[in-house]
Write a protein that binds this ligand. Sequence first.
Ligand code: APR
Length: 262
Amino acid sequence: AGSFIKVPKKKYKGPGTTANLKSIIIGRCYHYMSLYPAIGMKDCSRIWQELTEAVFRKDPCNITEEDYKKLGEVAAQTIPCDKSLLWSRTNQLVHRYTKATEDFMTLEDTFLGFLFNGLTWCGKPVTPGMNYNSCPAWNECSNNSLLSFWKIASAMFAQTSCGIVNVMLNGSADGAIARKESILRTVEIPRMNPDKVSEVRLWVIDDIHGQDKNSCNSESLLELQQYIEEHNLNYSCIDNYKPVQALQCVENPDHHACNQCS
Ligand code: APR
């Protein structure tokens, strides 16, 4: 006779809801308030409650931006002008950069982004109401619980940004500088308010060991410039913005690009 080990079947392609999600979110909420007292008092258990309202017992492929509206409202924050830093395909570098300087903030440095960054969550119609086994991956279905959340969080960030809005892009990545389906392109650029945003300033950063596939005068950048201008926003572009290059040089001090005399 053989013994059978029951392995739960994964319904979706992505990892399941993060273990201890509630404690992590509530802990991060108090942590953020202690790091940035300027945010004022936020109701941390209310934030957990609104997340639950949005997804609990629901089909994770049928969650819209609208479902997160209340959560967005309770976590609302004013972003100082000239501080917003958007990005595409520079996830690691951009966050190393905002850790090193307090001059800029990415979505993941705002309250809402900080609370949920790197976590996974999704509901399921049957008990226990959350799926700890698997959740839809980023593009598995269009109205999935993670994608809809990051879309509305990005929309709110872009909408409340003012002054110069900076964008860190990857000059060494293959293909378009900002993918057609990227959040930057589909959500953030269209949501910026031309009356409040004086300029969209792109920083095209090459990987220090990588190739220079795109720079401010590449076709892909000119196309993005046109797209930005079609949204009535002013555009500017900087190749290998020095403060970011200095950060790359911390780990590669002998690279020729890091020689002050070059
Ligand atoms: N599969 C899995 N994860 C994905 C996928 C995918 N197909 N596409 C995007 N992601 C996740 C990854 O975690 C990735 O690091 O989204 C992140 C950002 O994707 P990018 O293509 O690098 O950039 P973009 O879509 O423009 O999103 C970044 O959106 O949230 C805002 O303010 C933020 O400006 C920033 C922008």
